[in-house]
Design a protein around this ligand. Sequence first.
Ligand SMILES: [Zn+2]
Length: 180
Amino acid sequence: MALRNMRFLGDDILRKNTRTVEKFDERLWELLDDMKETLVSQNGAGLAAPQVGILKKVAIVSFDDVHIELVNPEITHEEGEVSDMEGCLSIPNKTGYVTRPSKVRVHAQDRNGEWFDVEAEGFVARALCHEIDHLSGILYSDKVTKWVDNDELEKMREQAKKRHNKVPQRVTFTKPGSEE
Ligand SMILES: [Zn+2]
């Protein structure tokens, strides 16, 4: 495993569309392992392949030591609407409010090509939407309704921390065929 070089706002690669993954081979596994290591080293909640310069439909969303590896992910259902703070490893030292669905279902493949569904609310739903946007060259900064200044951010961080600690993340995984 190795850390990958991050790409930042202004880099054209972040604006490009990505290719569907067709080969579930060692190269993909190495990319996922490296992305995970890079994400953990940056203390981030998610990372998409374009952020490390790879134009493939690959992303990782992390919460509570769980790393959801998403290959060729698609949002298949969304409900509700909620505005909350968001940041991005490719846009350092910035935070802004973005309106996202409060609940989403995502259909994706794992590193072996097996399809699964993940349903999530709140913070994880937001992270899924953010990372999937990256795979179409969309950045959260395109959607910000209000930027947050640094003082406000400190206060918000404290509140958000409490909120995230209090609310258990409801995330459900389903493999096709596992439902009646
Ligand atoms: Zn991002």
